[in-house]
Design a protein around this ligand. Structure first.
Ligand SMILES: Nc1nc2c(ncn2[C@@H]2O[C@H](COP(=O)(O)OP(=O)(O)OP(=O)(O)O)[C@@H](O)[C@H]2O)c(=O)[nH]1
Ligand SMILES: [Mg+2]
Length: 670
């Protein structure tokens, strides 16, 4: 089998900003290893931890969008591999696919890893008929739920027949391969577009139903290290079976690219997408309007499209300043394959039209048609935005984290120098057991304080969420009542849950900032108290040892708030719910119960999953910080007790390395 990954034909210059980020990480990494042997084994271990932390940096960019907007084609273009992922009218993407570029953490001997649903997940998906089935059930639409479930069961039967006895054995497992090929990807990540008669081992779409996640590890020369691009199924996928998986993948990514189709979305945006977009912080969002090659007159239409989007966003009070890029994955493909001449005539004309409105900025430089298509396809601009977002967001945070951990490491090595450099006054040796007890006491005390604050924050959020839900219910029921008073129950009625979503988001955001503030304050106190140990136990003058506290965890966006609930639906059976309501009085109560049942899962996710998870992360950061300081202090204590001449062991080179590292961290902090 031949690997389909080739050297990209065009350099992704827009991503250069990321390369310089990695250069900085490289400097930090080298500095850490350079001083790792200047203390005891504890110092070496802490140095190792910092290095692995740097190496594990892999921000994720997730592409979401309507079905057929061209997400997959765009992902292919972004990595310069025009044919890696299957992009077509048929098949459609059915599996969240993560492309790990030049990963330092690739499992050994693995280039492709496909994880299957486990039995429980699969059963739940199938037995309820996915989200759509659940909604039908809750609204009392048994027949509709059965219909949805039948379709899902039929799908399962097909999988069972296709996979035979293997079917049960596969659930809960994964398949790994040491090479990525197009054939292989075809088998796992998309449905449709092929003959069902093909049942051979290699047949396309064979595992698509039961595959939950695909991970591909690609070594791409010219691309940055440690970047993950994620392709997702269209948001309006059948049965919404995979909605939750898509929501989760946006949740743990650091930039969300919303791909829209220019002709399809001339004036508006899908409501399902808008809901998602509303959950994501505007700094972590980009809109990419694809397929501008299908416009008759891009030069004149694009401004109008942009204005329409801004209006829609403003109307829904969502990310009004989000960057909007325009482009065409088709032009990108043609540029990468150097096949501009083979573009369909309308697409070529549209390119000329757009080029006339956007002449090459450097007039002295004559562009080839290939260069022009690449410049105007939007991919270089998208690369540029991705680089900026990552550098200023997670990149900056990682830099700070590594810099501060390194600074603390240097500080503790310097502390031993201060101590040994302190003339000939002899200090009492520090008993490491006493030292550990002291630091454990501080650690436990601070951990308890943080846990308390966190518990309080989670409870407060829980109450706010419940209150918002009750308030929304009251308002909805009141509105319903006036509707009934005015029109009776003949006319169908719907109530927009946007207000509820806004309240839930606000409650979560307030929680996140409360939790962050508390963590910052407690980390700072922990650092000051540990500095105190250097003075109390090691006799170093106060103020000479300054520790940098860690930063709190990044709060993920509450994407669950955007998930589809019955109130969003405009399907015929939901509108029919009305007739059902009329028959089963009392209407208002029944409606209120439905709202509560439908929205409980969103509240739950925030207050029992995401909230506590963020708290746990912050508690883990505190624990890691205290552990690191324990290691540094123990190294110092052991050196004191043992080899007094450690300073003397150092070569000039090592002393210089330590000084240079101090200069590096100080310069980075400036
Ligand atoms: N003209 C034109 N066609 C495009 C462009 N981008 C994608 N397409 C075509 O549109 C079809 C769908 O593209 P995909 O990349 O599979 O779209 P997708 O968003 O991944 O679709 P799903 O995975 O099904 O949601 C394919 O036939 C592509 O060749 C574009 O910029 N211009
Ligand atoms: Mg796709």
């Amino acid at each position: 089998m031949q690997s389909s990954v080739m050297k990209p034909s065009i350099a992704p210059e827009g991503l250069d900003g990321l390369k310089s980020l990695w250069t900085t990480f490289g400097e930090l990494r080298a500095a850490v290893t350079g001083i790792a042997d200047l203390g005891g084994p504890e110092i070496a271990e802490e140095a190792n931890r910092i290095v692995s932390k740097i190496d594990s940096f892999e921000p994720t960019v997730t592409l979401i969008g309507q079905i057929k907007a061209g997400k997959t084609a765009l992902v292919n273009a972004m990595i310069g591999q025009t044919d890696l992922l299957p992009s077509d009218v048929n098949p459609w993407t059915s599996v969240v696919t993560s492309l790990h570029l030049n990963s330092r953490n690739r499992p050994e001997g693995t280039q492709a890893l496909f994880r299957f649903f486990d039995e429980e997940e699969w059963d739940r998906l199938v037995s309820t008929g996915g989200r759509l089935g659940e909604l039908a059930q809750r609204a009392g639409f048994d027949a509709e739920q059965d219909a949805v479930r039948d379709q899902v069961l039929a799908m399962r039967e097909k999988s069972r027949v296709r996979l035979g006895r293997k079917f049960e054995l596969l659930l809960g497992t994964s398949h790994t391969y040491d090479m990525v090929t197009r054939d292989l990807i075809d088998r796992y990540v998309c449905y449709g577009g092929w003959d069902d008669g093909e049942e051979g081992e290699a047949s396309k779409g064979r595992y698509a139903d039961i595959t939950k996640l695909a991970n591909l590890y690609l070594d791409l020369p010219g691309y940055p290290t440690g970047l993950c691009l994620r392709d997702t199924p269209g948001v309006n996928d059948t049965f919404m079976m995979r909605e939750q998986i898509t929501l989760n993948s946006i949740r743990d990514s650091r930039l969300c690219v919303v791909v829209l189709s220019a002709h399809q979305a001339l004036s508006t945006m899908d409501m399902a997408l808008l809901r998602l977009v509303a959950a994501v912080d505007a700094r972590e969002l980009v809109i990419f309007v694809n397929r501008i090659d299908e416009l008759d007159d891009p030069a004149n239409q694009i401004g109008e499209i942009a204005a329409n989007f801004r209006r829609t966003l403003k109307k829904h009070d969502v990310a009004p300043d989000v960057p909007i890029l325009f482009g065409s994955a088709l032009w990108a493909q043609a540029a990468l394959d150097n096949s501009i001449d083979e573009l369909p005539a309308p697409s070529r004309l549209a390119l000329l039209n757009w080029a006339a409105a956007n002449p090459c900025p450097d007039e002295t430089d004559r562009e080839s048609p290939q260069e022009r298509a690449w410049r105007l396809c939007g991919v270089p601009d998208l690369h540029g935005l991705i680089a900026t977002c990552i550098v200023t967001g997670p990149g900056e945070a990682m830099k700070r984290e590594a810099r501060d951990a390194l600074s603390n490491l240097v500080t503790s090595i310097e502390a031993s120098d201060i101590r040994f450099g302190l003339s000939d006054v002899s200090f009492p040796t520090v008993d490491s057991a006493v030292l550990e007890a002291r630091i454990d006491e501080i650690g436990a005390d601070m951990a308890a304080t943080l846990a308390n604050a966190n518990r309080f924050a989670v409870d407060t959020m829980g109450e706010r969420l419940k209150k918002s839900q009750a308030m929304f219910c009251d308002r909805a029921v009141e509105a319903l009542q006036s509707h009934i008073d005015a029109y009776g129950t003949e006319k169908a009625w719907q109530y927009n849950p946007a207000g509820l979503r806004m309240m839930l988001r606000t409650a979560y955001k307030t929680f996140c900032s409360d939790v962050e503030r508390e963590a910052e304050e407690i980390y700072d106190r922990a650092a000051r108290r540990i500095e105190g140990i250097y003075t109390e136990m090691f006799g170093i003058d106060p103020g000479r040892v300054v520790l940098r506290p860690p930063a709190p965890a990044h709060a993920p966006p509450p994407t669950g708030v955007g998930k589809t609930i019955a109130l969003d639906l405009n399907v015929s059976w939901w509108r029919k719910w009305w007739q059902g309501v009329r028959r089963k009085e009392p209407t208002a109560e029944r409606y209120a119960t439905l709202i509560v049942e439908e929205t409980d899962s969103i509240l739950d996710e925030l207050s029992t999953e995401m909230g506590p998870e963020l708290c746990r992360e912050n508690e883990a950061i505190l624990a890691t910080f205290v552990d690191a300081q324990r290691a540094n202090l123990l190294s110092l204590a052991n050196a004191t007790a043992g080899d007094q001449g450690r300073q003397g062991d150092r070569t000039d080179e090592k002393i210089e390395a330590l000084r240079a590292t101090r200069d590096l961290v100080d310069a980075m902090a400036a």
